[in-house]
Design a protein around this ligand. Structure first.
Ligand code: URA
Length: 212
C-alpha cells in the first residue's frame, strides 16, 4: 500500500522532517496539490493540535490552519485559555485533496482523505509526535481521531474526554493524553454556529485543565 515511511529520515529534527516532507511521494495526493503542508510550531510545545488536511488557503500558503477554520480555532483556543502560539499545529494528511468543480469557476472543493491516504501519511504524524513528546494531543474532527486512535473512533461518542495515549508507528506514551473534539470547520457549516462553537470551546477547556 501507499506509505510515507520511505521518505521519513531517521534521527531528523523538525526542520529536517519538514524539508523531507516537501518531497514526499508516498501517496498520489502530492500530484494535484501545490505543496506539502507540514506542521508548524516549536519542538518544545506541550500541546499538539491535529487537523484533517490542509484546505485551499493552506495549500497555497504552505502553513496549516491559516484559512477560515484556523480563525475559528484560534478564537476557540483563546477563549478556552490556551495560547494558540504555544501549540504545535499539524494535520493527519499533509497534502490538500480536492475536486475541481467546473460549474463553480473551477473552485477546488475539499474531499475527505480515505483510510489509505490516512495510513500512508501517518509516519509523518508519528515522527512529529516522537520529536515533540507533547503532554496533550487534540484530535480536531473524525479524520484526526481515526488517524490517532483507529478507525472505530467516533467523535460524537468520544469528544471532550481524556482518552489513552495512542501507539502509532513507533510513537508511544503512557496515560491519558488525547482529547477529541469537532473540526473547527463544522462550526462554519452549522445552522446553530454559536452552540456548536461553544461545544468546541468546552472540549478545549478539558485540554486547558489537563495542561494546568
Ligand atoms: N482544516 C484542517 O483540517 N487543517 C487545516 O490546516 C486547515 C483546515
Amino acid at each position: 500500500g501507499y506509505s510515507a515511511a520511505p521518505f521519513v529520515p531517521e534521527g531528523a529534527d523538525l526542520a529536517a522532517l519538514r524539508s523531507a516532507a516537501a518531497g514526499c511521494r508516498g501517496c498520489p495526493l502530492h500530484g494535484p496539490a501545490t505543496q506539502t503542508v507540514f506542521g508548524s510550531g516549536e519542538a518544545s510545545a506541550r500541546l499538539v493540535l491535529v487537523g484533517e488536511q490542509p484546505g485551499d488557503q493552506e495549500d497555497r500558503q504552505g502553513r496549516p490552519f491559516v484559512g477560515p477554520a484556523g480563525k475559528v480555532l484560534t478564537r476557540a483556543l483563546d477563549e478556552a485559555g490556551i495560547d494558540p502560539d504555544e501549540a504545535y499545529v499539524t494535520n493527519a494528511v499533509k497534502h490538500f485533496k480536492f475536486e475541481l468543480v467546473p460549474e463553480r469557476g473551477k473552485r477546488r472543493i475539499h474531499k475527505a482523505p480515505n483510510l489509505h491516504e490516512l495510513t500512508a501519511c501517518r509516519p509523518w504524524l508519528a515522527a512529529e509526535l516522537r520529536l515533540i513528546e507533547p503532554e496533550m494531543i487534540v484530535a480536531l474532527g473524525a479524520t484526526a481521531g481515526k488517524a490517532l486512535l483507529g478507525s472505530s473512533f467516533r467523535v460524537s461518542r468520544q469528544r471532550g474526554m481524556l482518552l489513552p495515549c495512542p501507539d502509532l508507528d513507533g510513537y508511544q506514551s503512557s496515560g491519558d493524553c488525547v482529547v477529541a473534539t469537532i473540526h473547527p470547520s463544522a462550526v462554519l457549516r452549522a445552522d446553530d454556529r454559536e452552540s456548536v462553537y461553544q461545544g468546541l470551546v468546552s472540549d478545549l477547556r478539558v485540554v486547558a485543565r489537563a495542561l494546568g
